[in-house]
Design a protein around this ligand. Structure first.
Ligand code: FES
Length: 267
């Protein structure tokens, strides 16, 4: 099937990226903008970069690409400061230089024939879906975004792309509907052409158990432990119906029905 965005695209490059800004978005989460024209030009929604972090963090950190600027020179990342590497990254200042490798992995397949899609985001799973939403809107596709998060972790609506239909869920119902964001998927499934999901594993477990979603075009973006990010170390190996695959190299985007979910509990 013809795709607007698809697969791995251009081979990754290692770049020096100048920090443009790094600001808190919610408690413990940050929006980092960098100037990285080569990575930005090649990036496809769902792909990620490996970012070298200073301090005493040893490994690079995988960060999904949140946005690419209209000028095509800037990329941004939405990330949580949850350890030495990302804590260090959250203190980045304009003018600092970061060492990044990307774009990496296989991104989302957005079909040229799609007229309406559903994006399902859980928490920071919103990060790669905003990039996909922008590309879809640019191609005249109607975008529904179901976004579920803790009430004190909500992303500012004003930062979302224009023209999307937002359905919000919060854990305590203080904003939007109370409940789990996955609950809305069956209601959309008959009216959208494709579904794209990004969030924590329990979201995927819940979707994989819904019989009425079997055989549907549902793509998910997996987050697992990574070391090299380049398909070399096998730290991100998972079991699929087609055998072992590497999340960093074969994913992070997979079909929902491609994963052997009962083998994923320890990931
Ligand atoms: Fe090394 Fe995926 S992180 S193979």
């Amino acid at each position: 099937m013809m795709a607007i965005v698809s697969g791995p695209g251009t081979p990754p490059t290692q770049s020096k990226a100048e920090v443009l800004s790094c600001n808190p978005v919610t408690a413990g989460t940050y929006l980092l903008r960098v100037n990285a024209p080569a990575v930005a030009a090649a990036a496809r929604p769902g792909q990620f970069t490996m970012v070298k972090c200073g301090g005493d963090a040893f490994l690079r950190r995988p960060l999904s690409i949140h946005r690419v600027s209209e000028t095509g020179a800037e990329i941004s990342f939405l990330f949580a400061a949850i350890g030495k590497g990302t804590d260090w990254l959250s203190a980045s200042k304009p003018g600092d230089t970061l060492d990044i490798i990307g774009p990496l992995g296989n991104g989302f397949d957005l079909h040229v024939s799609s007229r309406e899609i559903l994006l399902v985001a859980g928490g920071l799973g919103l990060a790669p879906l905003v990039f996909l939403a922008e590309r879809a809107r640019r191609n005249g596709i109607r975008v529904n975004l179901a976004y579920g998060t803790a009430s004190d972790q909500r992303y500012d609506k004003k930062l979302l792309p224009e023209g999307i239909r937002l359905v919000e869920f919060t854990d305590d119902g203080t904003c939007g509907r109370k409940g789990f964001v996955t609950e809305c998927v069956p209601g959309f499934i008959g009216s959208v052409d494709q579904v794209f999901v990004c969030g924590p594993l329990p979201m995927y477990f819940a979707l994989s158990k819904q019989q009425n979603l079997k055989g549907k075009d549902i793509q998910i973006s997996l987050e697992t432990r990574m070391a090299c990010g380049l398909g070399v170390c096998y730290a991100c190996s998972i079991k699929t119906v087609d055998g072992q695959k590497q999340v960093c190299h074969d994913g992070p985007v997979f079909r929902l029905d491609e994963i052997v979910w009962n083998e994923m509990a320890g990931i």
